[in-house]
Design a protein around this ligand. Structure first.
Ligand code: C5P
Length: 300
């Protein structure tokens, strides 16, 4: 008998550019961002069960059941497809929780894809993406992966062609940051003084087209970085450590507190990772590359 369990692997994202516009009437900020999916993955297994349950391994404190965004994804797809949401979801987490790497969004994207597979739903990709956008701004990108430009509140995705692999060190902090809190802090800081904004997104797009990591480093930028540092001042030390230990450029990923350090190649990344790890400025470091594909059913 073949196993009824479906397993899905889904990557984390970093933001190579994050331009934050004004607060909209719906409580979201208008964004222009460039996402890149990187080789740090959560894995979900979905098994038919009498009722919905969501359990997480490797991340104490993550909500269970329907309070988890992956649980909400199961309920949303069940409602859409007229199915009973009886699924046991087990999440093995590698993506840091509240780390600015869209881990919860990744799990939701994986749950959507996994349930569609489990229930043999032949849904058009556009339907899955629309359901993903209902769940959260970063969920459509987690389905798509690769490198993409996101607009609107981040949920409108268009692929960006880049023929190169980029090498990153991720410095992962012990404490997470709440995304709404960092957006709120950015609004507060901007009320006090407008502050500088990231450069044109076109600079990043142009840099991505060439195999020149130094040029990409110069183009990277994140409007949320100052707000993340304001809420977690120890990030300054992490950013400084990455630069001092030879990374081409360091920036806070998304709303933080993960810091992404761009390196020239895989060997350089391993070297920077070892040096930064030795300084004890963050909980853990990981060497990753990107772009990688979005959520995928394993063994399908
Ligand atoms: O879309 P998602 O649920 O992931 O967003 C979480 C929170 O982050 C929102 O409730 C909002 O406070 C903030 N946010 C924002 N502007 C965006 C995306 C998210 O202000 N473009």
């Amino acid at each position: 008998m073949p196993s009824a369990t479906v397993r899905v692997r889904v990557p984390a994202k970093i933001n190579l550019h994050l331009g934050v516009g004004d607060l909209r009437d719906d409580g979201y900020h208008e964004l222009v961002t460039i996402f890149q999916a990187v080789s740090l993955y959560d894995e979900l297994s979905l098994t038919p069960a009498d009722e919905l349950s969501v359990v997480t391994r490797g991340a104490p404190g993550v909500p269970e059941g329907a309070a988890n965004l992956a649980g909400r994804a199961v309920l949303l797809l069940a409602e859409h497809a007229g199915r009973h949401p009886g699924v046991r979801v087990e999440i093995s987490k590698q993506i840091p929780v509240a780390g600015g790497m869209a881990g919860g969004s990744a799990d939701a994207a994986a749950a959507l894809l996994g349930c569609a597979h489990l229930w043999h739903l032949d849904l058009p990709r556009s339907t899955l993406v629309a359901l993903a956008a209902e769940l959260g701004s970063d969920v459509p990108f987690a389905l798509t992966g690769g490198t993409a430009i996101g607009t609107g509140r981040g949920e409108q995705i268009a692929p960006v062609l880049t023929r190169h692999q980029w090498h990153w060190v991720l410095a992962i902090a012990g404490d997470g940051l709440s995304t709404p809190a960092v957006f709120g802090e950015l609004d507060r800081l901007r009320e006090q003084s407008p502050g500088p904004r990231v450069g044109p997104v076109e600079d990043v797009l142009a840099a991505l087209a060439r195999p020149d990591a130094a040029a990409l480093g110069e183009a990277l930028g994140n409007d949320m970085q100052a707000a993340a540092i304001s809420l977690q001042p120890s990030l300054r030390r992490v950013l400084y450590a990455g630069t001092a230990e030879g990374a081409l450029h360091c920036l806070v990923s998304g709303s933080g507190p993960t810091v992404a350090m761009l390196c020239a190649d895989a060997d350089h990344a391993a070297d920077v990772a070892a040096r930064v790890a030795g300084l004890g400025v963050c909980r853990t470091v990981r060497v990753v590359n990107g772009p990688v594909p979005g959520a995928r059913v394993l063994g399908a």
